[in-house]
Write a protein that binds this ligand. Structure first.
Ligand SMILES: [Zn+2]
Length: 125
């Protein structure tokens, strides 16, 4: 009897900790454009959750099946996040390409972030 209560309590606590995490991700995927730093924060949070899950497993607070199920869910979300990060990176890179920028003075190719031409030293805007 006591073991049963303990089990239920443990499951309840685990659910209480993990449920908001799972829920928040569902809401988040509905958003079209999440800022990059939000994505990386979420990635870090997922990593922590995975560590906590592993800890719960090692301390017998979580059964192997529960752990496998929850870890798979977290991994799945992490992969989704990673691919979104990659997509975002690609989009940003594409945005940065555009037509080549040239020095107005000597015509040498310069990068968008350059403030001065590397060939003739003309200030770029
Ligand atoms: Zn120049």
């Amino acid at each position: 009897m006591m073991t049963m209560v303990m089990l239920l309590l443990t499951a309840g606590v685990c659910g209480w900790v993990i449920y908001p995490l799972l829920r928040s991700s569902g809401a988040e995927s509905a958003e079209a454009d999440v800022p990059l730093h939000e994505l990386s924060h979420e990635l870090i949070r997922l990593g922590r959750s995975l560590e906590e899950l592993r800890f719960d497993l090692e301390t017998d607070r979580l059964s192997a099946e529960e752990y496998a199920r929850l870890a798979a869910e977290l991994e799945r979300r992490r992969e989704g996040l990673l691919s979104r990060l990659v997509e975002k990176g690609k989009a940003d890179a594409a945005h940065d390409k555009g037509p080549a920028r040239r020095c107005p003075s000597c015509g040498k190719k310069v990068s968008r972030s350059d403030r001065f031409c590397s060939a003739c030293g003309t200030a770029l805007r």
